[in-house]
Design a protein around this ligand. Structure first.
Ligand code: PLP
Length: 415
């Protein structure tokens, strides 16, 4: 298929790819075909350049100085917070906390909010498809509180069994934390429905939006979620920066997660008064460059448009599904009706690592293993791992042709 063909009517994919220098690299003598976007996306020049521009022009510590550089850095940092607020439609910037990423965001909620609301004999609900970063913090919290961690089951297509969820929520449930889009199955979960049910029991809901942020418009007011976390590096931004959204009423009621500079209003030898939101949760010098450049990544996504990104990615997914079907002997793990642009699969009888390394020799980057969802892959689906090809709008139909040819080669070598 022609690499120029795209449904992004206003954007030329070939030109757009030129904004991603890494996509012109060769691996094993072949042009790289990068299908590991769910692990981290590649970065456009606007993001790469914004990092050096920060250090070349306004590098200074934020909120601490009256000198020009510090004021400029603070302004850029706070402008970026405002962009993040708009990006997810939060009510005010006090609800937008800069964190390292999704993992830190969820740990913050588990440690500060979770410790406050979960007690002995209480219950926390997550699902069988959670990333370790939305499982281990709740497991540890429940262990320390003598509380019970319950899992919404997943059917064979990789969808949540919501009828079971309705049976498991009760007056002991104190919190629900759920992945919006599964990183290993691609399932887009019916989070609005779950939030509505949870709220009818007065139970707050945390959303892990790590995979949602690059692929769909998030509206925290419409969703009415209580907390939501995502990472910059999966949405074309830098590593080491992400956002935790929390409803103001919750954040106000929570103790700080860490103590130190920035998060205080005043300190005496005897007592500390904490800062206002969101600074109460931003102890120490933050990742200033990362936070500012997250705003550049938001600009990039908004320039492309969520709908354009979605349409292009769905075209790529449909094309890949068609080719995978033609190859045969491929079992796809995760065939939900509502799915994002990734395919987790195994070629019958062939270990995922073998498939992954042969593809790497052909310049094709896929991920193999548990994808940080070991219980889901090993205990629920009883597999030694899967191969995961996760797409971004900058992938081409020609790259998918190469992936399919690579899989046929793997098949011919082993079967
Ligand atoms: N949740 C999901 C669904 C993910 O895919 C990831 C990363 O792969 C995370 C959480 C953790 O994100 P980070 O490592 O950026 O904190």
């Amino acid at each position: 298929m022609d690499t120029q063909t795209s449904n992004i009517e206003t954007i030329d994919i070939t030109k757009l790819r030129e904004e991603f220098p890494i996509l012109s690299r060769k691996i094993s003598g072949e042009p790289i075909a990068y299908f590991d976007n769910a692990a981290t996306s590649q970065k456009p020049l606007s993001v790469i350049n914004a990092i050096s521009e920060y250090y070349e022009t306004i590098n200074s510590n934020v909120h601490r100085g009256i000198h020009t550089l510090s004021e400029e850095a603070t302004e850029a940092y706070e402008n970026s917070r405002e962009k993040a607020r708009k990006f997810i439609n939060a009510q005010n910037t006090g609800e937008i906390v800069f964190v390292k990423g999704t993992t830190e965001g969820i740990n913050l909620v588990a440690s500060s909010f979770g410790s406050k609301v979960v007690g002995e004999g209480d219950e926390v609900i997550i699902s069988e498809m959670e990333h370790h970063s939305n499982l281990v913090p709740w497991q540890k919290l429940c262990e320390s509180k003598n509380a019970k961690l319950k899992f919404i089951p997943v059917n064979d297509k990789g969808e949540l069994i919501t009828d079971e969820f309705r049976k498991m929520i009760n007056e002991k449930t104190k919190l629900i934390s759920l992945v919006y889009i599964s990183n290993s199955l691609g399932t887009v979960n019916p989070v609005s429905e779950i939030i509505e049910t949870a709220h009818s029991f007065n139970v707050p809901v945390v959303l892990d939006a790590a995979q949602a942020a690059p692929h769909m418009k998030i509206d925290v007011q419409k969703l009415d979620c209580d907390f939501l976390a995502f990472s910059g590096h999966k949405m074309y931004g830098p590593t080491g920066i992400g956002i935790l959204f929390g409803k103001e009423k919750h954040l106000e009621s929570m103790p700080p997660y860490q103590y130190g500079g920035e998060m205080i209003k005043s300190v005496t030898y005897d007592k500390t008064v904490f800062n206002v939101l969101p600074y109460k949760f931003e102890a120490g010098t933050p990742n200033i460059a990362g936070a500012i450049v997250l705003g550049t990544a938001v600009d990039f996504i908004e320039r492309l448009g969520h709908e354009n990104i979605h349409n292009r990615e769905m075209q790529l997914l449909t094309y890949a599904n068609q080719l995978f079907g033609e190859i045969g002997d491929i079992r796809i793990i995760g065939t939900a009706e509502n799915k994002t642009c990734l395919i987790s699969f195994i070629i019958n009888g062939i270990h995922p690592y073998d498939t992954g390394s042969i593809l790497d020799n052909l310049g094709i980057a896929v991920r193999t293993g548990f994808h940080c969802t070991q219980p889901l892959i090993e205990q629920r689906f009883r597999l030694p791992g899967t191969v995961r090809a996760s797409f971004a709008f900058y992938n081409t139909f020609e790259e998918i042709d190469r992936l399919a040819a690579g899989l046929s080669k793997v098949k011919s070598m082993f079967l």
